[in-house]
Design a protein around this ligand. Structure first.
Ligand code: FNR
Length: 353
């Protein structure tokens, strides 16, 4: 079977059958009452398209750039932890697939392979490294420097982790990873084989403020994407503090439950940023119509989280290639229906409530 012929919902179903119970809970579920988890998907569906007709769409292109890096599709790979739940090759398989389909992978701080190993299997492909500011700033700094040395193009600083969420389906609300998982980006070198993820994550610094954002860039010399913003006023302050891009995200409904859906938060952020930085969005994006709506509202690119992990669980590397291709061809089809030959033609008037 060619995975690119499957809808994301079909990959979701296959992944549900293939992941073990712990992996299933970790990947599929959200925090609290899972209101935000569901609303992220529903909010894209609530938006409707107002297609143009009679425009020449004989040649539709999805190519664009993100922070100056060329990509063949605006569908990027969101940072998601622990791809070993989905495949023994974990992030190595995801990285090879992302490179093959011309997209960019954001590597999680809690990846089960090191950022250096990931870069090595996909030479020449663009990578960004996601990180949290942990209490031990030296640790974050060391990771920022490794990111630079490995040739990554940007740092994605996730800022929606001010408290430890209670996740559904996990004992005590937190994940205890399988003992054989390694976290070579999260752990200090001396603890590289530690699986004490909970300890590491609870070290995320709740004292972090706008003033700390610049550190990521100073340590790495790389542009900084701030991920986890859902308000225009905060987005503007991040840009004032030097952010090169804002990723509108509520972490896929895994942090603050009851948080506004990202489809409903996006326009406010785009307007507040006013072209001073790029804006991306993730959360609940499941088909090319959702991607079209996001770009029409002003996002430069989208990131997908669970669909990538579902595809990896269902078909390994082929699955990840397939799901990005599927989302991209569905985007092309939707663009043609909307009279848009390039991503620049996706303007806000195409969307209504
Ligand atoms: C995540 N996400 C996430 N974000 C981040 O900044 N660092 C991380 O390590 C992780 N890990 C992670 C694991 C899993 C299993 C999921 C599902 C998500 C959040 C992720 O980057 C993104 O914001 C959401 O996944 C987007 O929502 P969808 O596409 O999953 O609906």
């Amino acid at each position: 079977m060619d995975p690119s012929e499957l809808d994301v919902s079909e990959l979701e179903q296959l992944a549900a059958e293939r992941l073990d119970p712990l992996g299933y809970s970790y990947v599929f579920r959200g925090s609290g009452d899972e209101v935000t988890l569901a609303d992220n998907v529903a909010a894209w569906q609530r938006l409707k398209l107002r297609p143009h007709v009679l425009r020449d769409v004989s040649a539709v292109t999805t190519a664009t750039t993100v922070l100056g890096t060329s990509v063949g599709t605006p569908v990027l790979v969101a940072p998601t932890a622990m791809h070993r739940f989905a495949s023994p090759d974990g992030e190595l398989a995801t990285a090879r697939a992302a490179a093959a389909v011309g997209t960019l992978m954001v590597v999680s701080m809690a990846a089960t392979f090191s950022l250096e190993e990931i870069a090595k299997v996909a030479p020449g492909a663009p990578h960004w490294q996601q990180m949290y500011m942990v209490r031990d700033r030296g640790l974050t700094r060391a990771l920022a420097e490794r990111t630079r040395d490995a040739g990554y193009q940007a740092i994605v600083a996730t800022v929606d982790g001010a408290a430890v969420p209670l996740r559904r389906g996990l004992e005590g609300g937190v994940l205890v990873p399988p003992p054989d998982f390694r976290f070579p980006n999260l752990a200090p070198p001396a603890l590289a084989d530690s699986s004490d993820l909970i300890g590491m994550i609870s070290e995320t610094d709740p004292a972090m403020s706008f003033d700390d954002l610049a550190s990521f860039g100073e340590w790495s010399g790389l542009p900084v994407v701030v991920k986890g913003v859902v308000r225009g006023d905060d987005a503007a302050r991040c840009v004032d503090a030097g952010a090169a891009a804002i990723a509108v995200s509520n972490h896929g409904g895994r942090q603050l439950d009851g948080c506004v859906a990202t489809a409903d938060a996006l326009a406010d952020v785009v307007d507040a940023v006013g072209g001073r930085a790029e804006v991306y969005v993730d959360g609940g994006i499941r088909n090319g119509r959702d991607v079209t709506k996001a770009l029409a509202l002003g996002a430069r690119a989208v990131m997908v989280g669970r669909p990538i992990v579902w595809a990896l669980a269902a078909f390994g590397e082929d699955g990840v290639r397939g799901v990005v291709r599927r989302l991209t061809t569905d985007l092309e089809r939707t663009m043609a229906f909307c009279g848009a030959a390039s991503l620049d033609d996706l303007t806000r008037d195409l969307v209504t409530r």
